[in-house]
Design a protein around this ligand. Structure first.
Ligand code: BTN
Length: 321
């Protein structure tokens, strides 16, 4: 973690003397030199300027709990228990492991990288270090298991609205909750049931993976994009994006707890990627035209035999070629 502190000090791109770094880090100048070497081995490009000090050449976008908390509204800040980790298997798994039995605050976990990031349908979620956002929320919801489908769509609305506030246009939702820009997946959401506390009160973990700076990836079997790929001229900052996601998620989950899915139907449908498109099930067994969602978040498809209602998890859909 010392390397991250060092990189944080160098992040302004200015020259910092070994002496000033040593005093900030509370270590010797030799130890600073060792840290510089370690950071270089980890891929940071640091220039050594004789007699002056060190300068970070590659731009960095470090995650910082303090910066994220400072960007939140004061009332929202009180609502979360935020942890930012360097590396973890999965932020969803981390929330499940370390969730307090009770607590007024919403546990939120972010990681700079995941070694076993989980995607929907048992897929892996590619989670390279320093590139993207991997963030999970521990929620307690009244309404039993039935609310999970709606909650998973509501998270799609939260992510879309957070991205729009951050300046991204053309955000689309691919039922049930993929976030798509220019036809490629930008972010994904995984809602997992942790358990039932008492009848009707369920503990849920909801994780968001948002591609921010990633420009290369191997082994991804679907069209994907990142904020940097889609809008290379914008200075995307993960801390600001994380704060926008937290604000959005807290706001939508509060509303969902009070009023259910109904208030989100039009917010979801305004961004519906499938609307009026010819669709076919991934298995290819039937097809129809996308007609939006019902008041519970099920997808409606107009077929030759009338409207068919599809529940999330039952089936997966794609636009027919
Ligand atoms: C999908 O397949 O579309 C869902 C991807 C969800 C990935 C996020 S990253 C943060 C959280 N931790 C995980 O292990 N998965 C989710």
């Amino acid at each position: 973690m010392k390397t991250n502190v060092l990189i944080g000090l160098l992040a302004d791109g200015q020259v910092h003397s070994g002496e000033s770094l040593a005093s900030c880090l509370g270590i010797s100048r030799t130890a600073v030199w060792k840290q510089i070497k370690r950071a270089s081995e980890r891929g940071f490009s640091i220039e050594t300027i004789r007699g002056k000090g060190y300068r970070l050449i590659t731009p960095v976008d470090l995650l910082s709990a303090d910066t994220i908390l400072a960007s939140l509204d004061a009332s929202r800040r009180q609502q979360v228990e935020l942890r930012v980790l360097d590396e973890v298997d999965s932020t969803n798994a981390e929330i499940i492991r370390h969730r307090p039995a009770t607590g007024a605050r919403v546990p939120v976990c972010l990681a700079d990288s995941q070694t076993a990031g989980r995607g929907r349908r048992g897929r892996e979620w590619l989670s390279p270090k320093g590139k993207n956002l991997y963030i999970s929320f521990g929620l307690t919801c009244r309404g039993g298991f039935a609310l999970l489908d709606g909650l998973s769509l509501v998270f799609g609305v939260a992510v879309a609205e957070a991205l729009e506030r951050a300046g991204l246009g053309g955000v689309r939702l691919k039922w049930p909750n993929d976030i798509v820009v220019e036809g490629s997946k930008l972010a994904g959401i995984l809602v997992e049931l942790q358990g039932e506390l008492q009848e009707g009160v369920v503990q849920v973990v909801a994780g968001i993976g948002l591609n921010v700076h990633m420009t290369e990836a191997t082994g991804v079997d679907q069209a994907w994009t990142s904020l940097t790929k889609t809008k290379p001229d914008v200075d995307w900052q993960r801390n600001r994006l994380a704060a926008e996601l937290i604000e959005s998620v807290l706001a939508v989950t509060e509303r969902f707890a009070a009023d259910g899915f109904a208030p989100f139907r039009s917010r979801w449908q305004d961004r519906d990627l499938f609307l009026d498109q010819s669709l076919v099930t991934t298995a290819g067994d039937w097809s129809g035209v996308g007609r939006g969602i019902d008041s519970a978040g099920n997808y409606l498809i107009e077929t030759g035999d009338g409207i068919r209602t599809v529940r999330a998890g039952e089936i997966s859909l794609r636009v027919s070629p």
